[in-house]
Design a protein around this ligand. Structure first.
Ligand code: NDP
Length: 334
């Protein structure tokens, strides 16, 4: 039977883009009037992603205001709209990636909702939809990684970064992991990286030489670069002939004004992928989810939780991820 739903809930909204002070923890109506294929989920944990900061700061534009931030979480189904798939029932444990998740309850289309095997704990589940599935689509679709490939990963101790280190190890690739501190580099190593490097901000040419040395002068089969503006040039330089330059984030600012002629020397493939353009339906979502749960169950992949913050402490959590102090996953608890 359907539990009695409250009329209002706590949520984190913004009325304009800007610094962390635009974040408002407030009472809002619980989403109602579920449309075809939609479910209402009661969040147990909400995942924080770097992209949330882009929507708050204005790097990306929120569709309208007031806007409830957040794009993923895990919990249980509290209500069903018409025509929902039969594997989603009241109280089914689920993880999802869908907007407006910084709240006690969230409305989501079942296309973005995956039921959880009992072996997957809810924190791991809340940490997975965006960061782990991004890492998985990068190694399967953006550059289908082969055993023995050298791969360069930036921000390797971050959320996506640690999943990449583990997945690449599991498929037999060799990762060169970059991160800004010795502690972060050690963590990347513990998560499967073969070699670690700093960013060499003062001398990017030295960085290029280091990567070439490690790879026997050849360069890497692919770069998975999420830092963007600051590292794009040095990343492109270390891709081997016919390799892939995969730019999938803007932590230091977006890459603009790229001359295509720069690809010619080495016939490099350049991609700017997004998870939501790889996974657009339930048919595309569930095989990826199942592959991920298998990596966790059989290969022992796990997520390092940086911290679980009460939802009302969203400002502190946001400041922590933006100031590069965090490793692994940040969660909010409503
Ligand atoms: P992270 O946990 O990786 O946090 C961001 C990290 O970026 C920091 O810890 C920091 O690591 C690094 N960084 C480098 N330069 C800067 C800077 N100038 N300011 C702040 N941080 C910087 O976040 P996520 O795992 O959530 O996301 C990682 C990246 O992947 C983001 O750029 C995000 O936008 C992108 N992404 C893209 C997706 C897609 O579909 N295209 C999906 C998911 C994520 P360090 O100090 O070691 O450099």
């Amino acid at each position: 039977a359907m539990a009695e739903l409250p009329k209002t809930m706590k949520a984190v909204q913004i009325d304009q883009t800007g610094g962390v002070d635009v974040l408002q923890y407030r009472d809002v109506p619980v989403p109602g009037d579920l449309k075809d294929g939609e479910v209402l989920i009661k969040n147990e944990f909400i995942g924080i992603n770097y992209i949330d900061t882009y929507f708050r700061s204005g790097v990306y534009n929120p569709p309208s205001f007031p806007y409830t931030l957040g794009r993923e979480g895990a919990g249980t189904i509290a209500a069903l709209g018409p025509n929902t798939p039969s594997d989603l029932k009241i109280n089914t444990r689920v993880a999802y990636f869908s907007g407006n998740s910084y709240a006690e309850y969230v409305r989501a289309t079942s296309d973005k909702v995956m039921p959880l095997p009992s072996s997957i704990d809810t924190k791991t589940a809340a940490a997975s939809p965006i960061q782990a599935l991004t890492a998985l689509t990068l190694i399967r679709e953006s550059h289908p990684v082969q055993a023995g490939d050298w791969i360069l990963v930036t921000a390797a101790a971050g959320g996506v970064g640690l999943w990449l280190c583990q997945l690449l190890k599991a498929v037999g690739a060799k990762t060169i992991a970059t991160a800004s501190t010795a502690e972060k580099r050690e963590l990347a190593k513990q998560n499967g990286a073969e070699v670690t490097l700093g960013y060499y901000e003062e001398d990017r040419e030295k960085f290029v030489q280091e990567v070439l040395k490690i790879t026997g002068g050849e360069g890497v089969a692919a770069v998975f670069d999420s830092v963007g503006k600051a590292t794009f040039d040095s990343s492109l330089k270390v891709v081997k002939r016919m390799g892939s330059m995969v730019s999938f984030g803007n932590a230091s600012g977006p890459v603009t004004g790229f001359a295509l002629s720069r690809l010619t020397d080495k016939n490099i493939k350049l991609l700017r992928p997004s998870l939501t353009s790889y996974i657009t339906s339930r048919e595309e979502l569930l095989p990826y989810a199942n592959e991920l749960w298998k990596f966790i169950e059989k290969d022992g992949l796990s997520v390092k939780i940086h911290d679980v913050y009460p939802l009302k402490d969203v400002k502190r959590a946001t400041e922590d991820i933006e100031s590069r102090k965090t490793t692994g996953k940040l969660l909010l608890e409503p």
